[in-house]
Design a protein around this ligand. Sequence first.
Ligand code: NAG
Ligand code: NAG
Length: 339
Amino acid sequence: MIKMGAASKLTLALLLGVFALIPTAVQSIGVCYGVIGNNLPPASDVVQLYTSNGIGAMRIYFNDTKALAALNMGGANINLIMDIGNENLGAFATNPSAATTWVQNNIQAFPNVSFRYIAVGNEVSVDDDTQKILPAMQNMNRALSAAGLDHIKVSTSVSQGVIAGFPPSAGTFSEKASSYMVPIARYLLSTGAPLLANVYPYFAYKDNQAQIDIRYALFTSRGTVVQDGGNAYQNLFDAVVDTFYSALERAGAGSVPIVVSESGWPSDGGTAASTSNAQTYNQNLINHVGAGQGTPKRRQPLEAYIFAMFNENGKTGLETEKHFGLFNPDKSPAYPINF
Ligand SMILES: *[C@@H]1O[C@H](CO)[C@@H](O)[C@H](O)[C@H]1NC(C)=O
Ligand SMILES: *[C@@H]1O[C@H](CO)[C@@H](O)[C@H](O)[C@H]1NC(C)=O
């Protein structure tokens, strides 16, 4: 047995103190928790699964009381993005008290939950509804502010369909989207909130297989694929994120950060959907974001949320939609991943 003197105990304590500052989990990676399945585990088990895997952030797609209650009991270390649900856009846009009541029932009622962002709309594409996003965001901000919750940032989550242009430096909001995206971008600049962007190299690859090498989509290219002025792109993920940054710059909101509110790859059900490709993409995404180097255009840490926690058997649309999960409904990993 080694006896320690007071001085070496102090040294040890200092060392431990220093090491304690290094986070054990990569806080920049979150995972989206969708619940469109009839065989998913209870929310308390899900929060436990996040914690045991060191996943430090979650996105939920509506004011899911079960998830909120579970986070309130044991998920204080999990940062949360909560969506409002697109069906509520109209009420929040026109009725400030709807936002006030919602903040009371779904945020203030869960004081242990670490709310980070409220997503006012997810991939809103119906023309009538796109005009409701900004007024709904404004009412949500007023409601949070009145409740003393200004630290919770209000944004909206958009698909990569709102951007156009190539290479990334030519990025702009598309002709169709710019009427609502430019005012939203400038509003985000004024509130200091990020733009939430769903970034899917998978869909870009699937729809353009003749133009895109799958290695560029999977982060496995050996060298530069796209040279854009001084910026060299080795993966499509960075190229899409930087196209968003260029679009924000052209909208006069270049300092608004991007948070990647969804990204992922299906393990079954369609073109290039395999466990091998899903594992490669998601592990490389975790490693890439975890390295903290950002993108060629913005060399600053990026926050990203993988879609999704579970394979969801109730999802409609393309068969691949059911197979984006990192975990099976019985909580076993769909394939090995290190967070
Ligand atoms: C979520 O909020 C909406 C709008 O206020 C409300 O109609 C709905 O009942 C809430 N859902 C849950 C599960 O609390
Ligand atoms: C907050 O979390 C603790 C456990 O960490 C729990 O004992 C407490 O009841 C929670 N507070 C509320 C209001 O649920």
